[in-house]
Design a protein around this ligand. Structure first.
Ligand code: NOJ
Length: 512
């Protein structure tokens, strides 16, 4: 397999905006966001400077895991609207030169999916091998958890995440028990082909690619991921043939593996060995004035992955997502500005989680909604303005999908759009800076110069080199050995006599 896969050109300067559909914008007053609500806000997203959208699952579901338990991959959940609404969103986005990727959940379905209903039957049928089943109710699939005692079929079905999410069967890399099927057995092959059909359906309808849920765990007993990589290479061949411009990003967290598998991009995740959370979400995050440490561990881990993937695919750093704490839970406003200076000047496509651009807060003390648990506080409805329900919905407050931040000073998009000094305006300027300087875009190279306070790195492409100096600490600092023109600063900074002076909690961009 050729390692350098075709990259859709639009990824070169893409900035993604992640939308959690239930919490974005409600146009039919049922308290839950909808697809038309997203279409209505394309102006807002584009004005911020984002060029693409990642939409969390919006398909029919019993919503035991907020839609990551899919009941029907081919139908938009009625609470969000119709397939036609989604196609309209694709078309409207394309007219603006924007792109929309959907969330593909290949590892499991809901128990209410027709495939699973069929698979639970005692009589053999087309879906008998669609999921990972043991062949006796008394045998559990080791280390995987299981659903059992609810089917006529004699067997236990492995689960992939929550215990109501049966694991789809892509086979075992090293089958050891009779019920563990090899990857090339008819059941696993049929599952893989069914996945391609789903992708084909939405790509033909106008979607621009997929964020793939738990992409690294599809083949079981696959210690080095060789089986899962081979599976994705097979899907890559299908995409190359039929949809070469579909963008693929994995929730995997091991970019060296996912990119060999044929993904264009992989996320740095809040779990795993990336040290991403040390930067933003811990007692003394690097990006805070109280941070004491250095970014060394993060930089080391990043460099390792970067060296393995440079020129082949992109590593993407999100501001947050629907699974992690809001950035504003640990960082104050000044710190958020500096964190965004970093997030928007790293290689790979940046991902902004809806509301992070205005510093939306984590809503404390909420009861879990739809399997959110501790994640629920990061999923509260978008705050658009100072009106009823912060402009999210005209439903009675008690009907809102999740309770909103009730603080009187909660941030909102309208006020911040009008205020040049707001976080949103800062984010907008930083995106514009990225757009007008190719060295700062996805493929611009990075070289780290220092990983303490300040963090210093050089971004470069053929036509340009930019030094980025990020100083989250409360103390000012002088960085020698940099001479050039200051093209942007967050907080105060200046370059003189071959040295850059950055104030406490600031960032500087110097064209060399
Ligand atoms: C990762 C998703 O981001 C998360 O929200 C979900 O609960 C699990 N995968 C299971 O699909």
């Amino acid at each position: 397999m050729n390692n350098t896969i075709h990259q859709p050109e639009w990824l070169d300067n893409a900035v993604f905006y992640e939308i959690y559909p239930q919490s974005f914008n409600d146009t039919n007053a049922d308290g839950i966001g909808d697809i038309n609500g997203i279409t209505e806000k394309l102006d807002y997203i584009q004005e911020l400077g984002c060029t693409a959208i990642w939409l969390n699952p919006c398909f029919k579901s019993p919503f035991g895991d907020a839609g990551y338990d899919v009941e029907d991959y081919y139908t938009v959940a009625p609470r969000y609207g119709t397939n036609e609404d989604l196609v309209r969103l694709f078309n409207k986005a394309h007219k603006r030169g924007m792109h929309v990727i959907l969330d593909l959940v290949p590892g499991h379905t809901a128990v209410t999916h027709e495939w699973f209903k069929q698979s639970m039957k005692a009589q053999r049928n087309e879906f008998t091998d669609r999921y990972v089943w043991t062949d006796s109710i008394w045998e559990e699939p080791q280390g995987m958890g299981c659903i059992r005692g609810i089917s006529d079929r004699d067997g236990s079905c492995a689960v992939n995440f929550f215990s109501h999410q049966p694991a789809l069967n892509y086979g075992f890399y090293k089958p050891e028990r009779p019920w563990q099927q090899p990857m090339d057995a008819p059941g696993p092959v049929a599952t893989r082909e069914a996945l391609k059909d789903i992708m084909r359906f939405w790509l033909s309808a106008g979607c621009d690619g997929f964020r793939v849920d738990m992409a690294g765990s599809l083949v079981k007993h696959d210690e080095d991921s060789k089986g899962t990589i081979a599976l994705w290479q097979n899907i890559r061949a299908f995409l190359d043939e039929e949809f070469p411009d579909a963008a693929m990003i994995s929730e995997w967290g091991e970019p060296d593996k996912s990119i060999i598998g044929g993904f264009h991009m992989d996320f740095l995740l809040h779990f795993g060995p990336s040290h991403y959370n040390d930067l933003f979400r811990c007692a003394e995050p690097y990006f805070s004035k109280r941070g004491k440490g250095s970014a060394k561990e993060f930089v080391e881990a990043y460099k390792k992955n970067y060296d393995k993937t440079n020129g082949k695919g992109l590593i993407c750093i999100p501001s947050g997502n629907h699974d992690m704490d809001r950035l504003a839970r640990t960082l104050d406003l000044d710190e958020l500005r500096v964190a965004f200076a970093f997030l928007l000047s790293m290689p790979g496509a940046p991902f902004i989680y809806y509301g992070d651009e205005i510093g939306m807060r984590y809503v404390e003390g909420l009861t879990s909604v739809e399997g959110g648990y501790g994640r629920t506080g990061s999923r509260s409805p978008m705050q658009w303005n100072k009106g009823l329900n912060a402009g999210f919905s005209s439903a009675p407050k008690s009907k809102l999908y999740i309770q909103q931040d009730e603080s009187p000073d909660r941030p909102d998009a309208e006020s911040q759009t009008a205020d040049e000094t707001s976080l949103r305006s800062e984010v907008k300027r930083l995106i514009a800076l990225r757009m007008s300087n190719p060295a700062l875009q996805s493929k611009g190279k990075i070289e780290f110069i220092s990983d303490g306070y300040p963090l210093v790195y050089k971004r470069s492409c053929e036509s340009q080199s930019i030094a980025v100096v990020i100083n989250p600490s409360a103390q000012s600092a002088i960085v020698p050995g940099i001479s050039g023109r200051v093209i942007y600063t967050v907080g105060g900074a200046s370059a003189e006599g071959g040295a850059v002076t950055v104030q406490g909690c600031s960032a500087a961009f110097i064209e060399l």
